[in-house]
Every structure is written in structure tokens, then in C-alpha cells.
Write a protein that binds this ligand. Structure first.
Ligand SMILES: NC(=O)c1ccc[n+]([C@@H]2O[C@H](COP(=O)([O-])OP(=O)(O)OC[C@H]3O[C@@H](n4cnc5c(N)ncnc54)[C@H](OP(=O)(O)O)[C@@H]3O)[C@@H](O)[C@H]2O)c1
Length: 286
């Protein structure tokens, strides 16, 4: 059984590789820099050269593949590139395709993830779609830009999000790729509770023994703050659409899809915060 992972060095892919290895499966990582990927992903993985932006790499990477996991083509998630990939996938006779979409963009007409989902639903391939909720780990990156000041500054009001742990995402992907019964399914992978940003600040504050506060911002105030933090105004403005959607409830739904697939409860935000922010505090103190 040959399982190919596109985006293998990224958030979803690297956690899927880890979970597949833990199950005793040797996945193949489809990557544009094999040496860099080997340094990150290590032993127990095969490697294939693949560059989304160079379709002459598709056929060789897909040769002999039974099951494929892929994310939308970076950096712009261009549906036309995803369509070219799917043509090569069908030509190669891949038995099963798992696509990572998203809850906010995958359900919003006109957005690239929505378009790719439609193309997959209309294709003859055996497809499964996952829509993970916002990663908990986003607080290490874009959602956590102001955490260094013990603040979470976002224009998100009282929005609630059913954050999902990347570790659980890897486990769910590995399970779907190694078991049957997933063709035609769309799984919304969420945590077991939707929480607001005050609750996020409290959980991170408790884990790291700091007084972390959530500051609700205006859109303009947010853009100015991010520019102050070194972002481009364009990048900050891009996020405003996401925050508007999240305020409208796009990430609020809680499902039991993770439990259905894996058989256990997803990680809670408090557990995640203790694991990843508690450890950081311990390192800082010592
Ligand atoms: N952030 C969230 O909370 C969230 C939630 C749900 C869904 N999503 C969706 O998840 C998707 C992103 O997945 P992710 O977070 O796993 O991605 P990611 O961490 O940003 O990683 C991107 C991956 O794509 C690879 N890549 C970049 N350019 C490539 C190219 N030209 N050819 C081949 N590979 C290339 C990168 O490899 P290199 O090592 O070579 O750079 C990396 O492995 C997006 O569609 C996003 O909307 C995100």
C-alpha cells in the first residue's frame, strides 16, 4: 500500500506522517526539497520529488500510489492547479484521495477551497474531504502575534471557535488513510467545545502562569497593531475576512467526527495549552 502525502513538511502533512509512522506504516512524502524534508521527517519515510508549480513532476510522484492526501496548492490555493493534479491522479489510477479543506473557506462560495471541494465532488475519483477547525497551534503563529505582550489582540468580538489540535489532525488523517468506509464523506474535525477568546487567554495564561488578556480590536486598530508587529498591512487586511466569518459563527460548530473516526475524544484547549505553553514557561524559568 503506497500512501503519498502532499504538503508533508507542513502542519497537517507532518503530523499525518508522524501518526502513520506510529501505526507502522511507511508513507511517501511528496516534497520539493527532499534533503530538507529528510532532515525534518527523518527515517521511516520514502520521498518523491513533487512541485505543485511544475506539473512535469506529477506523474512520477503519483506512480504506484494507492492513497493520496493533499492540501490546496500553496501559496494561492489555485483551483486550476488542483484540477491539473486531479487529472494526473486519475491517470495514475490512485484508489483513494483525501483532501484537506477548511470550515470557514471550504463552505463559502467563491473561495478557492470551496471551488476545489466542488471539483472533487463532481469528479469520478474516490474522494473524502476533511474540514479541520482552526488549529490550536495558530496561537503560536498568526493568532498569537501579540502573546509576547501577554495580549491576544484580534477583531473577533465574542466569537467562539471549536479549535482542533494538529496532533489529533495527524491521527485522524492516518486513520482515514489506513481504514475503509470514507469514500464520499466530508468530516468536520473539531474540538469538543467552542470557546471564546477570553477563554483562550485564560487557558494560555493559566498554563504559562502569566496574566494574558484578550483585547477586542476594531478592524483598523488590528491592522495598525499587526503593522506595528512587523506584518504587512496587506497580510493583516487579508485576515479581516476570516475574522468577520468567525464572528458570524463559521468555526463554532462542534462535531463528533473525530471521535467517530478515531474512537477517542479530541484534545481540549486546556490540555493543549498545558502541553505547549506550560512547557515554554518551564524552559523560560530554568
Ligand atoms: N490554519 C488553520 O487553522 C487551518 C484550518 C483548517 C484548514 N486549513 C487549510 O489547510 C491548508 C494548509 O495546510 P497546512 O497548514 O498543513 O499547510 P502549511 O503548514 O502552510 O504547509 C504548506 C506545505 O506545502 C508545501 N509546499 C509549498 N509550496 C509547494 C510547492 N510548490 N510544491 C509542493 N509543496 C509545496 C510546503 O512545503 P515546503 O517545506 O517545501 O515549504 C508545506 O509542506 C490551507 O488550505 C488552509 O486553508 C488551515
Amino acid at each position: 500500500m503506497k500512501i503519498l502525502i502532499i504538503g508533508a513538511t507542513g502542519n497537517a502533512g507532518s503530523n499525518a506522517i508522524k501518526a502513520l509512522k506510529a501505526k507502522g506504516v511507511k508513507p511517501t512524502a511528496a516534497v520539493r526539497d527532499i534533503e530538507k524534508a529528510k532532515a525534518q521527517l527523518g527515517e521511516g519515510v520514502d520521498y518523491a520529488y513533487f512541485d505543485y508549480l511544475d506539473k512535469s513532476t506529477y506523474d512520477a510522484a503519483l506512480e504506484g500510489v494507492n492513497k493520496l492526501f493533499f492540501i490546496a496548492p500553496p501559496p494561492k490555493k489555485d483551483p486550476a492547479i488542483a484540477r491539473e493534479l486531479m487529472q494526473a491522479v486519475q491517470k495514475a489510477g490512485v484508489d483513494f484521495v483525501l483532501f484537506q479543506s477548511g470550515g470557514t473557506s471550504g463552505t463559502y462560495k467563491g473561495k478557492p477551497l470551496y471551488e476545489i471541494e466542488q471539483d472533487l465532488k463532481n469528479s469520478d475519483a474516490n474522494v473524502c474531504i476533511i474540514r479541520p477547525a482552526w488549529y490550536m497551534q495558530n496561537f503560536h503563529t498568526w493568532l498569537g502575534t501579540t502573546l509576547e505582550d501577554d495580549e491576544i489582540c484580534l477583531p473577533t468580538g465574542k466569537a467562539k471557535v471549536a479549535y482542533f489540535d494538529l496532533k489529533d489532525l495527524g491521527i485522524a488523517i492516518a486513520e482515514i488513510l489506513t481504514t475503509d468506509g470514507h469514500v464520499g464523506k466530508i468530516y468536520s474535525l473539531t474540538g469538543s467545545k467552542a470557546i471564546d477568546f477570553d477563554e483562550v487567554a485564560a487557558a494560555i495564561g493559566k498554563a504559562s502562569s502569566r496574566n494574558v488578556q484578550y483585547r477586542d480590536m476594531t478592524n483598523e486598530g488590528y491592522v495598525n497593531k499587526m503593522v506595528e508587529k512587523g506584518w504587512s498591512a496587506e497580510a493583516a487586511k487579508y485576515c479581516i475576512w476570516l475574522y468577520d466569518r468567525v464572528k458570524a459563527g463559521s468555526e463554532e460548530e462542534v462535531t463528533d467526527d473525530y471521535k467517530t473516526i478515531v474512537g477517542s475524544e479530541p484534545t481540549s484547549f486546556a490540555e493543549f495549552a498545558m502541553r505547549e505553553f506550560g512547557k515554554k514557561q518551564a524552559i523560560t524559568v530554568s
